[in-house]
Design a protein around this ligand. Structure first.
Ligand SMILES: [Cu+2]
Length: 503
């Protein structure tokens, strides 16, 4: 039997005390259908300590998933959500959270949680400087909330994990879009349930077009394609299994396993998001250049041709791929080669010649000025002192505690250190540090230069065991409470989350 520590090490979602343990006892089927009114986790339970319950044996081994033929289904592109009204400088959207079915295996509909009835949710296309308001309507059987990852938003619209939208209720969130163009995503952020909710489907893209972006003439329209990479384990009926397990996961892209995507022989802009719970992915396109043009916080200063791209949970990478030199009929497989993996992600099928007015300029943009920092802080990511939860600076999340007070407008350097082990039976204990409200710049890693592609604005960054990553941010725009946390949602669900208050 796996002990908890080992499960934690591989990113498992089981906690020893209270709420998080509730996931464990649920049968996958019961949790998916919601038929057995899912117990509402006491949001404070995982801070409580107390007697240590004995975890049940995992219910893995429910049978092999149905057979699946790679590259047999076309990549779906999530639909673009239309506003219900547009007045002045504001577009208003309505987006229900609802139960639905998804077919990860053709002909085998499986229950999922969705925004708008589809796995994955519809894409909201916003413009910098133009306000968006979204009315989220909760038609689920459970409370939930929505965080706009990468959004510069007022505190009441940030989706605080305890500030939930109850079943039957709705709430309007305000997204002013006074920020740079970038690939954002919205997803559930419910305390102690985030990992499960996001895994089961509560996520979608939110794209902000920058003010001067159109002038760059990057690929647009049908040639600008969001790609959400997720992973899952499936039962014999093709349903999702959510439980900590050392068993390998299967990747799926925009809700399909190993799909194919017919492309014209020209340039495409792909907005790639790693929305897995804890799986690092290293993209490889058979040696073809993937020209990175953007990271979490929007365009890089200049394009960066890459053969392999590491992308960790929560991160976004935008690439331009030029298929114009490929023979019609050729098929290019995008593969995950992280840590010796060799798993197809999807396949591009070059279908026909096409006119291509797009280009990738040698300069993409000037990054905003980086004011000198006046405050430095240490942020330690590690197992909690008990060794049974995850913590930031040895404290697990407490919604009633402010961990960091920051004077509005201040520029700070945070030294983010991962002190967890590099070697466990399931590999190194990585963390991905994510800050709400503002993007940061990555200054260095253990004093060495940042990784390729980390020279732009970011909001999520890999911190490997033994590593100290220095990031610099200016905390401006709003006052109030915001989170910073590990974006391995199973880690944040069991404590690895903290609060900052901008004052
Ligand atoms: Cu973590």
């Amino acid at each position: 039997m796996l002990n908890r520590r080992r499960l934690l090490a591989m990113g498992g979602g089981v906690a020893t005390a209270g709420g998080a343990l509730l996931w464990w006892g649920q049968s996958a089927a019961g949790a998916e259908t919601g038929a057995s009114a899912a117990p509402v986790a006491d949001p404070h339970a995982h801070h409580g300590g107390g007697a240590e319950p004995t975890p049940a044996e995992p219910t893995a081994g429910t049978g092999a998933p149905p057979p699946y033929t790679a590259f047999s289904e076309r990549l779906p592109v999530p639909r673009v959500l239309r506003p219900v009204s547009s007045l002045g400088d504001t577009d208003v959207y309505e987006l229900p959270m609802q139960h639905a079915k998804a077919e990860f295996f053709p002909g085998r509909p499986a229950p999922v949680l969705t925004f708008g009835g589809q796995f994955i949710g519809p894409t909201i296309r916003a413009k910098a400087g133009r306000r968006v308001k979204v009315r989220y309507v909760n038609r689920l059987d459970r409370a939930a909330t929505v965080h706009l990852h990468g959004g510069h938003v007022p505190p009441g619209s940030d989706g605080f994990p305890m500030d939930l939208i109850e079943p039957g209720a709705s709430r309007v969130f305000d997204y002013p879009n006074r920020q740079q163009g970038a690939t954002l995503w919205y997803h559930d952020h419910t305390c102690a349930k985030e990992a499960e909710h996001v895994y089961r489907g509560l996520a979608g893209f939110y794209l902000i077009e920058g003010r001067d972006e159109a002038a760059l003439r990057l690929p647009r329209g049908a040639y600008d394609v969001p790609i959400m990479i997720r992973d899952a384990r499936f039962d014999e009926n093709g349903g999702m299994i959510f439980e900590p397990s050392p068993l390998p996961t299967t990747l799926h892209v925009n809700g399909r396993q190993k799909p194919y995507f017919p492309v014209d022989a020209r340039k495409y802009r792909f907005r790639v998001l790693n929305a897995t719970l804890h799986r690092n992915i290293e993209l490889y396109l058979g040696g073809l250049d993937m020209v990175q043009i953007a990271s979490d916080g929007g365009l890089l200063p200049e394009p960066l041709p890459r053969k392999k791209i590491l992308i960790v949970p929560g991160e976004r990478v935008e690439i331009v791929v030029d298929f114009s030199a490929q023979a019609i009929g050729s098929k290019l497989v995008l593969t995950d080669v992280c840590d010796g993996a060799d798993e197809p992600v999807m396949r591009f099928d070059v279908a026909r010649r096409a006119f291509d007015p797009s280009r990738v300029p040698g300069r993409l943009r000037e990054l905003p000025a980086l004011p000198a920092a006046t405050v430095e802080r240490d942020v330690k990511l590690s197992f909690s002192p008990s060794g049974e939860e995850f913590a930031i600076n040895d404290k697990t999340f407490d919604p009633n505690r402010v961990d960091t007070r920051i004077v509005e407008g201040t520029t700070e350097i945070w030294r983010v250190t991962n002190t967890d082990p590099a070697e466990t039976p399931f590999g190194p204990v990585n963390h991905t540090f994510h800050m709400h409200l503002v993007p940061f710049r990555v200054l260095d890693r253990n004093g060495e230069p940042p990784l390729p592609g980390e020279n732009g604005l970011k909001d999520t960054v890999l911190v490997r065991p033994g590593e100290t990553v220095r990031v610099q941010a200016t905390f401006s725009g709003y006052k109030g409470r915001y989170l910073y946390h590990c974006h391995l949602q199973e880690h944040s669900d069991i404590g690895m989350m903290a609060q900052m208050e901008i004052v």
